[in-house]
Design a protein around this ligand. Structure first.
Ligand SMILES: Nc1nc2c(ncn2[C@@H]2O[C@H](COP(=O)(O)OP(=O)(O)O)[C@@H](O)[C@H]2O)c(=O)[nH]1
Ligand SMILES: [Mg+2]
Length: 249
């Protein structure tokens, strides 16, 4: 709890057996009330590690649904646990769990309903070993997205995000893709619903276990990101209507 708000950490896991324990150990359990891990049919014993270290809520997908499909299960579960603040943390130990308290406090103090941990604010990304082509893609996509969505984020592609329960209930995340573009659709939905987004600087680590998305997957993701931003712009202009972008009543 922080200021009487219940805090849930959700870990969308896929082949995270080697890094899960360390990630879990560094979660600030003094303020975190619930930890949810969704295993997306990993092949490396992620589920066994989760059971061994005692993660309280474990959900196991029978078949691999993808990164977006995994997050849908994460947020459904966190909301069913009546969490007030939900923070997604990758169990690949790419992002430091020690930023959780800071991110949660921005929401708990009612300053912003969404907080992103940015690898681009400051100089964390390249120093942390982000491959140069990913950095370049990130910067170019971010530039275009800021123009199309009339925002000023330093990046839209971080996997470390905190949401108030109100936001998660307002956006139709269940209508999103089950693939990586899910993350981007969520931000488009958040901006479309009129919420403001805060960013905090986050150090990043790139190592083999922390990064499996290859060049081809990155290109597919990039196209999806552009499509999402264009859909946002067209719907803002009233040209088209994409049901997923429209906030829930
Ligand atoms: N649920 C699910 N998650 C995946 C899949 N492939 C990758 N991930 C997760 O997606 C996240 C981002 O992938 P990652 O390889 O770390 O990408 P990068 O860090 O951006 O290079 C990580 O938490 C992975 O565990 C998948 O098929 N299903
Ligand atoms: Mg990673």
């Amino acid at each position: 709890m922080l200021l009487n708000k219940k805090i849930a950490i959700v870990l969308p896991a896929y082949n995270a057996a080697k890094t899960l324990e360390q990630t879990y150990a560094e979660i600030p359990h003094d303020i975190v009330d619930e930890v949810v891990l969704v295993d997306d049919a990993s092949k490396d014993g992620t589920l066994e590690v989760a059971q061994k270290i005692g993660v309280r809520h474990i959900i196991s997908h029978e078949k691999n649904k993808g990164y977006g499909g995994n997050q849908k299960s994460c947020y459904d579960k966190a909301l069913s646990l009546q969490a007030d603040i939900v923070i997604m943390l990758h169990p690949d130990y790419q992002y430091t769990p020690r930023l959780i308290t800071s991110m949660a406090s921005i929401i708990a103090n009612d300053l912003y309903p969404v907080v992103l941990a940015s690898r681009i604010l400051g100089k964390g990304a390249l120093k942390g070993g982000m491959p140069y082509y990913k950095y370049l893609f990130n910067r170019m996509l971010t530039f275009l997205q800021n123009l199309l969505m009339n925002q000023k984020l330093s990046e839209y592609h971080t996997g470390y995000r905190a949401f108030s329960a109100e936001v998660l209930k307002k956006i139709n995340y269940k209508a999103n893709s089950d693939d990586f573009v899910f993350d981007n659709q969520m931000l488009a939905q958040i901006f479309y619903a009129g919420y403001d987004v805060a960013e905090v600087t986050c150090p990043t680590k790139y190592f083999d276990e922390a990064s499996s998305i290859n060049f081809r997957r990155s290109v597919i993701y990039g196209m999806g990101v552009l499509r999402t931003s264009l859909q946002y712009r067209f719907q803002k202009w009233g040209w088209t209507k994409y049901p997923y972008l429209t906030p829930l009543p």
